[in-house]
Design a protein around this ligand. Sequence first.
Ligand code: NDP
Length: 289
Amino acid sequence: MSEEAPSYRAELVGVFGHPVAENPTIIMQEEGFKALGLNWRYLTIEVRPEQLADAIRGLRAFNMAGINLTIPHKVAVLPFLDDLSPEAELVGAVNTVVREGDRLVGHNTDGKGFVRSVREEAGVDPRGKHIVLLGAGGAARAISVEMALAGAGHITIVNRTPERGQDLVRLLRAKTPAGAEFAPWRGKYVVPAGADILVNATSLGLYPNVKSAPLVALGSIRPDLLVCDVIPNPPHTAFLRTAEARGARTLDGLGMLVTQSAIAFEMWTGHEAPVAVMRQALEKVFGTP
Ligand code: NDP
């Protein structure tokens, strides 16, 4: 009777960032691998900006299955990749690299994570909806592009710095089927009457600045609005609490964080991600029930 030779070689994935020590993705990914009995490891790797090229060469040399990228590498990595998904090309930033043979292909799962979270957790189909996005940074860019590709009817971008907001509107108009407009943010923003989904995609409310929230006129937050926040920590932000007090339904940023990670898990391993296990692992870290 012949026995198969044991393999002590694990498949490797991970994240490059700077600083990266507090990035909690390892917790979700490793719990996911364990739950599925996969011999995979997720490494949290500090990579200084001037060493990104070497780090990518190392990834190729170690035959790693892929990598996540976080601040400050999401845009800087583009020249080192062999190909980009159409969404990553539109967003102009990559948070997940998948090795396909010898080729490194860049994807962006942030916006996809948001769309899946809206569909599956809030039970809302973005098709034909009017979405108001507060913010025009990396998260807003990824979310608006994916919502547009998912069939959103109209997207209003509201941003403190008009040029950045107008840039994003130009991109959406030129490259996606959605209608888009820029709205200036002076004082309290009044949510238009026809809006279906309101998203805080700014960094306001992120730990440790838990009391800060985007300035929105309270009276314009209606019970039929779905109000979302991208801030994963704390998930129950001051902004969401205000929206709940107005009777609106809410969706927290933890769902987006888990889902974008689950999509990377699926791209790398080819297995359906154990999303509930991954979310629980993260909630434990953030100290939420
Ligand atoms: P960026 O730095 O690219 O953009 C920040 C955005 O916030 C800009 O629109 C900026 O406006 C706005 N902003 C910052 N401070 C203020 C303020 N005081 N008043 C009004 N607007 C303000 O960051 P990202 O887009 O990459 O990230 C934004 C947030 O999204 C982060 O907190 C991050 O944690 C979260 N995120 C969550 C993810 C998830 O999976 N849940 C995934 C990715 C990000 P301006 O252009 O005027 O500077």
